[in-house]
Design a protein around this ligand. Structure first.
Ligand code: NAI
Length: 718
């Protein structure tokens, strides 16, 4: 069931419950608006209810029916009892209480107020006790902890039996959290927002990698919109089916499942990635109802996946011909028709061959789009570089030499944005490219190679003397490091352990002075694909490495350095950028993502790296500050969109559009909340709903835009 999925639209009558999404959508006049306005949707009313619960007197509620009446949702009184016969579906009438029981936007477990219980016929279907939302969050935390303990014990037992243990240990907590998300979305996001650092690894990398590998056997298996080659010609119907339950989407996260983290082609089981990204958007404070996960099933080339009897996708080789692009086009057209042309298409984990062409294809057609792996990764890695150059022993970027191990979406995106940053510092573009070396699976990218794409050819250089040609598997990386003498080694090649002791020793020797600090970034995900661990980087460089990785590694105490304080490795994961990038694009109505917007995103993240972070040698803000990053990045991106003249109303001297409830006002109100308490905290005040507010993007107006977005600061649950 999609979010709030029991809304039958047909039945409940067009009563405005005060739900911002519903009202705003009606204002917007798009087809999205038409759908949203179709009724006092279950999710709308419950969102309000949840908002009041989180923000209000219900926090004190305990005991049967105590203060629940005071905590009745703002819209509850206005919204008539849901009409619940579902004649339209042909399944006969489902009693309204039963429907509400299964609607995570209405049923908040024991935190469901008496008013909501009465309104939806839930009395007797829930235990009589009414709790505060915080109790439900604590209950969820206990359940996750129990799942972790059980999973760790099971993994240890398997390891003792010689089975290796490992990966599966994250599945039980992952499934527990996904079950919570299905059953009680508000508690799920409140829990995650309460301690992002703790829960992110359980809903995102590395757990999401294990989840995709085991997708066919997961229960529950999280849902998203699934479209396969067999649906060609009728995709609009599928999209409409989904949109009936989630009419408010503003960002569609699409994957074709071909390059799932560093795990390869997982076909339809790649849906776990958009689902995980949607969870991260929510954790960062972007309304999760605005995010639509989509899997395009175009076949799969991994035999073990398609031969698995529990595989959920098409058992056929991956389509690479025109049918692939037709399906993409039909899907994007259908999504735009359902949600409006402003729907942002966020690409995720598509194969290297399709990534750049898909981006260009959509951009050339004026579809707002970005590729997370290319563009958001570029911004977060540049932010890490900007943080690193603030450390003693690290030269300014314009004096460094960069060796990129892996020349795919991630590293090419970083290399390009890095050059843009150097150009912005006055470095000649040709000289900037000279500082960047690439290695792909055929070895060093040199001008004597005839197999280079245009994007790689831009960085091809004369082969260093004495270095033999490629030889496959990236060639001899230690030899390449010795020849190129980089100050920064950045890995995104999906080759776990590629930065071994020889490579790190060569890197250390290549540094200009004994006090120089080489940068070692192991960006590949999940942990098993990281080029090296934090500990390996530190040990392999005699403690000199400045480290960042795609998946978090634990802090280390390094003897003789940091005055005994632990050194904290930075997590250079695009999660610090994509929620704000997506939010900023939607807020500004950006027609496309420009280099200027990515540079702005990188600088916004770098600006949040504190002196305290740097003292611990952490060159990025901690992921626990995901919400702050989202707000800062969104503000910077929206402003840059206006400056680059791609904001909806022309940018520059025109107006950028700021949509108030784009980001959650605070985690003390749940996702989708439009309660008066939550709305009061919004810069545009209560009841603004989704109405777009024009804010001048230049001069004082620019400040207003910034203030608007900053006003949506993430605040952890008290
Ligand atoms: P991709 O498939 O587009 O590129 C992989 C690149 O690695 C290709 O250039 C390929 O030739 C090269 N490669 C493969 N085997 C090699 C070898 N043995 N020696 C040298 N080069 C080799 O993949 P993409 O999107 O660039 O992702 C790569 C990795 O980066 C993945 O593990 C992914 O999870 C990770 N990543 C991390 C992000 C983060 O936020 N930290 C974001 C995006 C990707």
């Amino acid at each position: 069931m999609p979010y709030g999925g029991t809304a039958d639209g047909a039945g409940s009558g067009a009563v405005d419950s005060g739900n911002s999404a519903g009202r705003g959508a009606a204002d917007s006049g798009t087809s999205r608006g038409r759908r949203s306005a179709a009724g006092c949707s279950a999710s709308g009313a419950a969102s309000d209810g949840a908002g009041a619960l989180f923000g209000g007197a219900a926090n004190d509620a305990a005991g049967v029916g105590s203060t629940a009446a005071a905590a009745a949702p703002a819209g509850a009184g206005a919204c008539p009892p849901a009409v619940v016969g579902s004649g339209a579906t042909g399944f006969g009438a489902i009693p309204r209480g039963w429907r509400a029981l299964r609607d995570p936007a209405i049923n908040r477990g024991l935190a469901t107020t008496v008013a909501v219980r009465q309104q939806y016929g839930l009395e007797g279907l829930l235990p009589a006790r009414v709790t505060a939302p915080a109790v439900e969050v604590a209950r969820a935390a206990a359940a996750v902890q129990r799942a972790e303990v059980a999973a760790a014990a099971a993994a240890a037992a398997v390891a003792t039996d010689g089975g290796g243990g490992g990966g599966g240990a994250s599945l039980l907590p992952y499934c527990t959290l996904m079950a919570l998300r299905e059953a009680d979305k508000a508690t799920f996001f409140a829990l995650v927002q309460q301690d992002v650092e703790r829960y992110l690894p359980l809903i995102y990398t590395p757990a999401v990698g294990d989840a995709c590998l085991a997708w066919g056997s997961l229960l529950p298996r999280p849902t998203g919109l699934s479209i396969s080659l067999g649906d060609a010609g009728r995709v609009a119907r599928l999209v409409d089916n989904w949109a009936a339950g989630q009419p408010q989407a503003r960002i569609a996260v699409l994957t074709d499942g071909e390059r799932i983290l560093g795990l390869g082609d997982l076909g339809a089981h790649g849906l776990g990635i958009p689902v995980g990204k949607a969870a991260v958007y929510g954790a960062a404070g972007v309304d999760p109802d605005w995010i639509l996960p989509v899997a395009l099933d175009v076949g799969c080339n991994t035999e073990s996946v398609v031969n698995d009897p529990l595989y959920v996708g098409l058992r056929r080789p991956r389509e690479r011909g025109p049918a692939y692009y037709h399906l993409v086009d039909e899907t994007v057209t259908a999504l735009q028709s359902a949600y409006g042309p402003g729907l942002l298409i966020h690409w995720e984990d598509v194969g290297a061959a399709q990534a750049f062409p898909l981006l260009e294809r959509l951009e050339s057609r004026g579809v707002p789009t970005f590729n997370d792996d290319i563009q958001a990764t570029a911004a977060v890695t540049l932010a890490a570089l900007l943080g690193a150059e603030r450390l003693r022993g690290v030269p300014p970027l314009e004096h460094q030499t960069f060796l990129f191990f892996g020349a795919g979406q991630a590293n090419l995106g970083v290399a390009q944005l890095l050059c843009a940053e150097l150009a912005a510092r006055g470095v000649d573009p040709a000289a900037a490219s000279e500082r960047v070396w690439l290695v792909d699976r055929r070895g060093l990218v040199t001008s004597d190679r005839s197999d280079l794409s245009a994007a790689k050819a831009k960085f091809a250089k004369r082969r260093p003397a004495g270095l033999p040609a490629g030889g496959g598997s990236g060639g001899d990386l230690a030899g390449i490091v010795a020849a190129v003498r980089p100050t920064a080694l950045i890995g995104a090649a999906t080759v776990g352990g590629a930065f071994g002791p020889r490579v790190l020793a060569a890197l250390t020797q290549a540094q200009p002075s004994p006090s120089s600090r080489p940068l070692v970034f192991a960006l590949s995900n999940p942990t098993s694909r990281a080029e090296c661990s934090f500990q390996q980087a530190v040990e392999g460089t005699g403690g000199r490495a400045v480290f960042a990785s795609g998946t978090q590694f634990p802090p280390l105490r390094v003897e003789g350095s940091g005055g005994g304080r632990p050194r904290v490795p930075a997590q250079a994961n695009n999660c610090l950028v994509f929620p704000g990038l997506g939010a900023g694009c939607v807020a500004s109505g950006a027609a496309r993502v420009t280099e200027g917007m990515l540079l702005a995103a990188a600088r916004a993240v770098a600006g949040l790296t504190s002196g305290e972070d740097l003292e611990a040698e952490c060159v990025l803000p901690r992921v626990g500050r995901l919400g702050e990053c989202a707000v800062e990045v969104a503000a910077a991106v929206a402003r840059a969109a206006a400056v680059d003249m791609v904001a909806s109303s022309g940018g520059g001297g025109g107006a950028a559009t700021c949509v108030a409830p784009l980001l959650l006002a605070s985690s003390s109100s749940p996702p989708s909340s439009s309660s008066s308490a939550a709305a009061g905290a919004l810069p545009f005040g209560a009841g603004v709903g989704m109405a777009a507010t024009g804010v001048g993007a230049t001069g004082g107006g620019r400040d207003a835009l910034e203030e608007c977005l900053r006003g949506l600061q993430y605040r952890p649950l008290q």
